[in-house]
Ligand binder design. Structure first.
Ligand SMILES: Cc1cc2nc3c(=O)[nH]c(=O)nc-3n(C[C@H](O)[C@H](O)[C@H](O)COP(=O)(O)OP(=O)(O)OC[C@H]3O[C@@H](n4cnc5c(N)ncnc54)[C@H](O)[C@@H]3O)c2cc1C
Length: 355
């Protein structure tokens, strides 16, 4: 039987292990800590196409992500749900006509996998959905839908699927090096596999470097932080930062409000933690849009994660959310990717090794 090692117990590693086990491979997954403890549990909890990626012309990615959104919603209803989201239009935001184009394209790219078409709400209707959203200057809002999940629990659900298919999940096992001929080094012991899949998320580039494997792929590691605040609405909000036009989510989540995210470049040696500046920026944005101000005392919880983004031209919010798969002999390495597209990424990995 063909033996495959997967390195990384985030959502991408778990989906690769799941897909490979379904295809009949004998799979062992190595995770240096516990499953689903890093980026995959620090997301904005959205199963989404990413309406903002349309501005970067990422049509393939958005289409794929919208298909995947539907799959998760249909197949794991206990841990996912459809979430209505408001995109309010003010004089300082993207104009209504531009957002209309985006909304039409978003519905079009979802096609038959759509979960409800967008519609325009008047200021009065917006107030009913989100009573605390400031009305001054409000022209109305687009209402559209995306998926929402419990990222940690949904990842553990995938782990259960893996276990039931016989995947040998080894936690607390840091892989020291990988090789192009299928050798994996853990705890100073080497193991031979037919294939090794490096899906270590933000650490995938570092794993190649520490294994002395030359590669051209570069990741931009971009921290994203979230604050958890008291509940304000059953609707999600997509709000623009005034200066940068960057969008930030204010979402209902487990009876509270999830506010995020930020984009701050960092290195693997920097702590993965919410900085005072990020906290201040997020609270400031919230207070620009909502009538009841919040401050640090209102923060119930906070968390940060690092996005492993394909390196771009320096404008962090323009970095692609695509994934890239590299093959060196019997070693496959994955760079980038979204939570929502983890199954699609895993299918692409599987196709690489299945003749
Ligand atoms: C702030 C933020 C918000 C986001 N929001 C969304 C969203 O709403 N929707 C969406 O679709 N996507 C979102 N994303 C993107 C998504 O979360 C990530 O693309 C995805 O979780 C990456 O998963 P991963 O498995 O590649 O990485 P990780 O989850 O980081 O997993 C990598 C794993 O590899 C392990 N590892 C590393 N090195 C080794 C080694 N040498 N040996 C063994 N194990 C090792 C690590 O411990 C880790 O568990 C967001 C990301 C961030 C940061």
């Amino acid at each position: 039987m063909v033996q495959v090692a997967v390195v990384g117990g985030g959502i991408n590693g778990l989906c690769c292990a799941w897909q490979l086990a379904q295809a009949g491979y004998h799979v062992a997954l190595f995770e240096r800590n516990e499953l689903m403890q890093q980026t995959s549990s620090a997301s904005s909890k959205l199963l989404h196409g990413g309406i903002r990626y349309l501005e970067n012309f990422e049509f393939r990615l958005v289409h794929e992500a919208l298909n995947e959104r539907k799959w998760w919603l249909d197949n794991v209803p206990k841990l996912t749900r459809r979430l209505p989201i408001l995109y309010p239009i003010y004089p300082h935001t993207r104009p209504r006509w531009k957002m209309k184009i985006g909304m039409v394209m978003y519905d079009f790219l979802a096609g038959k996998k759509g979960i409800g078409r967008h519609r325009w709400l008047t200021p009065h209707q917006v107030k009913r959905c989100s009573p605390q959203l400031k009305q001054k200057g409000l022209q109305g809002a687009y209402l559209f839908s995306d998926g929402q999940m419990d990222d940690h629990q949904l990842g553990l659900w995938v782990a259960d699927q893996c276990t039931s298919l016989g995947v040998n999940i080894k936690t607390g096992q840091a892989v020291q090096s990988v090789s192009k001929d299928g050798v994996l080094r853990v705890n100073d012991t080497t193991y031979q596999f037919d294939w090794v899949i490096n899906v270590a998320g933000p650490w995938s580039e570092a794993l190649l470097d520490q294994s002395n494997i030359k590669h051209d792929e570069r990741l931009d590691l971009v921290r994203g932080s979230h604050l958890v605040l008291p509940a304000i609405s059953k609707f999600g909000h997509l709000l623009e930062e005034q200066d940068s036009a960057r969008v930030v989510f204010v979402l209902p989540y487990h009876g509270k409000t999830l506010l995020g995210t930020t984009e701050v470049k960092q290195t693997l040696s920097d702590p993965i933690a919410v900085s005072p500046a990020e906290k201040a920026n997020l609270l400031n944005l919230y207070n620009q849009y909502f009538t009841k101000p919040v401050n640090e005392q209102d923060i119930l919880h906070q968390f940060a994660g690092i996005r492993p983004l394909l390196a771009g031209d320096g404008q962090l919010n323009k970095n692609s959310r695509e994934y890239k798969i590299r093959q060196d002999g019997q070693l496959i390495s994955v760079f980038g990717g979204k939570w929502t597209t983890s199954r699609a990424l895993a299918r692409a990995v599987c196709q690489k090794i299945t003749p």
